[in-house]
Design a protein around this ligand. Sequence first.
Ligand code: FAD
Length: 342
Amino acid sequence: LPTLLSSLPPSSHYFSLEFFPPKTSSGFSNLQSRLARMAAALRPLFVTVTWGAGGSTATKSLELAEVCQRQLGLTTVLHLTCTNMKRSMVDEALESAKEVGIRNILALRGDPPREEYRDTNEGGSGGSGTDSNEDFVWAVDLVRYIRRNYGDYFSIGVAGYPEGHADESNPEAGKQSVEHDLPYLAEKVAAGADFIMTQLTYDINAYQAYEKRLREYVDDDGNKLFANIPIIPGLMPIQSYQIIKRITKLSHAKIPEDISRRIEAVKADDEAVKRVGVDILSELIDQMKTLPQPEGMPRGFHFYTLNLEKSVAFILERTGLIPPISEPDTGAAASSDASDSD
Ligand code: FAD
């Protein structure tokens, strides 16, 4: 990714799209055609493929990542979580990624299963849980592990939280704050992370303050660790009233008053929610485009697509983020108005 980013014109814009592996084979083949269409029509700089915590989607994530990287020729970032993962599973995932030509990993901790929280919290040692692997407790352990075993072969991304990380597995869970996370994010960057991708946000003020805080951060040794690292904001198109409610609850992202009012006003009409959602996201992106960036650094936007096509396509068109075709057009189907039904 760093090489790809440095090949972009200074101060330009780019975007990436996140997909998750569908459970059924028909869902998988639907997504495959949709991905081909989206790749041709929207031309993301890269795509990312999620990983089920504990390796629950290992085979399917790797399969989808291979489709993206090999069949579609898209630069692909494989998410990889490390908690509740045996070291051999981590090794297998990294080897398989390497075999299919993937050079980018989003290194995450993941969340322990709910049961585990109870085991760990009540048992004290956590010994009765399934996470017997002490190699990986935090995401930084995975960053270090990848760097130790693969040198610079992989570029590594890590997660950042503009509104703080709400950690239910942590006894200090009440402390959802950027302040609390910062030293740990710094640790991940010092361990070799190349870029930061953020949790979804709808709050421009929170996001702006977060970036500013990171850019100005000085660690104990006087290093400005975040001065020049790409920070890519996570954005989720608004697909329905129920989904936005559920997702913002899960991610602990706030919906600012004015945005909430606009969604509430049309909440009974799914199509209207989507339309208003496109307006909201497009405005957010336009505001983000004006935020200060390190000199010449292109600004990226990462979309949590939920494997859906229409809203993200409308937002990208509206905000002028779709890059011009640089290669001769192969005539591949390039329509972006296909049905979103999965
Ligand atoms: P960490 O960086 O380890 O941080 C976790 C928490 O612990 C933070 O609150 C941090 O402040 C704290 N902390 C870190 N180090 C220490 C320490 N040494 N001592 C005390 N506290 C510490 N989950 C999935 O299961 N699959 C995915 O594909 C996935 N993709 C994601 C993509 C993005 C862009 C983001 C933002 C999140 C994603 N997640 C995914 C969710 C993620 O796994 C959870 O949010 C998880 O709870 C934290 O992961 P992390 O990598 O941020 O962990």
